[in-house]
Design a protein around this ligand. Sequence first.
Ligand SMILES: NC(=O)c1ccc[n+]([C@@H]2O[C@H](COP(=O)([O-])OP(=O)(O)OC[C@H]3O[C@@H](n4cnc5c(N)ncnc54)[C@H](OP(=O)(O)O)[C@@H]3O)[C@@H](O)[C@H]2O)c1
Length: 350
Amino acid sequence: MKKIFVNGYGSIGSRITSFLKDDPEITVIGVGKYSPDDRVELANSRGLNVYVPEKKLNDFADYKIAGSVESALDDCDLVIDAAPEGYGYKNKKNLYESKNIQAIYQGGESTKGPEAVSDLLFNSRVNYDLVLGKRHVMQGSCNVTGMGRILEPLRNKFGDRLIRFDVTLIRRWADIEQTDKKLSDTIEMTEKPHHGDDVKMYFGKDAPLFVRAIKVPTRQMHLHIMDIRFKDVAPKSSEIHEIFTNESGVATLWTAKGTKDVRDYAKNMGFNFTDTNMVHIHANMTTSIGDTVQMMYSDDQTGIVIPENHMLMQAMLFEKPYEKAVKHTESIFHMNEKKQKLQEYFAKQD
Ligand SMILES: NC(=O)c1ccc[n+]([C@@H]2O[C@H](COP(=O)([O-])OP(=O)(O)OC[C@H]3O[C@@H](n4cnc5c(N)ncnc54)[C@H](OP(=O)(O)O)[C@@H]3O)[C@@H](O)[C@H]2O)c1
């Protein structure tokens, strides 16, 4: 049985671990913690072994610890790095490379420049086969993953009729569980957002995609406003929605007034971590005017990348064919069931 270590137990690491525990094909050795706080006990209470950096062992004297991160890595086949932005690169250089371990990095890292963790940015809908058996790969961030789920089906359907995509990302300020992070009463403008360049890593460097981003004081998901320009007359809104009927990880909703409605529904339905793990097209906002389709979709910031990490792990570790990996991920995340429930609840009213 292959062994996985999850290095970091924050918003992303705790979610990934929770789902991996349900996967009978792998064993989770444990998680890496770097601060001696309540989350050590939380991880222990969830049946996880907690490992800490060798040089910090003394700081954790009052906690139940299974050993050092370094020793856990000696016993593992693949590490899922879930460290704060930039630390994934340091871990690669200081730990993973010297121990010759396969590693998945999260979207806060980089695929360009001196601190690139990989030259591969994963999006299961677009480039699954490219990462089969690879040793170091970065999972796209939540916004980058969400854009792939919308753009790739459009590209498959309309090909060279598409001449330009303009996207405005309205990004959430903080995650729901980051209660120590205060929301600032401002709309913050993001200079040179990385998201467009990241999408081009899998969509092609010459893709006619133009992205700008702002950050707003909410914890309730991201919202993408996308204008899709066609060479000729744009398709009707209904034709756009139809493309996503059988797309896993894309729900089409008609009556959500805002992103919180979607999150609240996920919470009421008992979805794990109140995540939907997908993007939600707000179909009532789609318009077709002349050569342009305007659409909006919300993106579950914390949840969307978790099944993607699971897909990526299967490609790197087991070199599983795409269809088999999708099936296995579905058996753990039940995305299609969640999609159906969301679509029924937010269905079009006559
Ligand atoms: N949050 C999101 O919505 C989201 C979505 C997509 C992608 N991402 C990306 O996922 C990554 C993790 O984000 P996050 O939101 O989960 O951050 P987070 O909630 O701040 O958690 C980071 C975790 O990493 C641990 N850590 C600290 N130093 C570390 C090191 N040197 N090596 C490994 N782990 C270390 C922290 O441990 P202690 O708490 O013990 O110090 C903490 O458990 C980032 O690249 C981020 O951009 C985040």
